[in-house]
Design a protein around this ligand. Sequence first.
Ligand code: HEC
Length: 115
Amino acid sequence: MKKYFTLIVLVTTVFILSNCHTARKAMKEIPKLTFETNLKLVIAGNCTPCHIPAKGGNKKPFDNYENVKTNIDEMIRRIELAPAEKGFMPFKRAKLSDSTVAIFKQWRTDGLLEK
Ligand code: HEC
């Protein structure tokens, strides 16, 4: 009887662990976007120099997590405008590609993670 019990516990444990493993693997395949890994360079590349103080920018700084997190709704609103519309960003430049805009939006959807 005791052997059976041990066996059942063992089988159950293996079953649970293997499912955990599958779940973890699935999550790994679609990692959440983070500011440090995914957004920082996109902003540095597209919103420079104006919003990057280190590049001489004197507009609201978007080189740090806190500011970007606070302003993300307005940033997305502006990059989704048409270039002729008031407030369009990046200022006097071409509209960002859909895939670049998607990075900003996905970062927000993923929960505004820092790293
Ligand atoms: C060539 C310079 C330039 C670039 C590049 C630029 N901006 Fe701007 N940005 C400005 C100026 C000038 C203002 C202030 C005028 C205004 O509010 O429209 C501004 C204001 C803003 C504001 C409002 C800030 C506030 O005070 O509330 C946001 C949000 C913004 N920009 C987002 C962006 C994003 C996102 C990018 C990159 C995709 C970008 N900008 C690229 C010049 C620039």
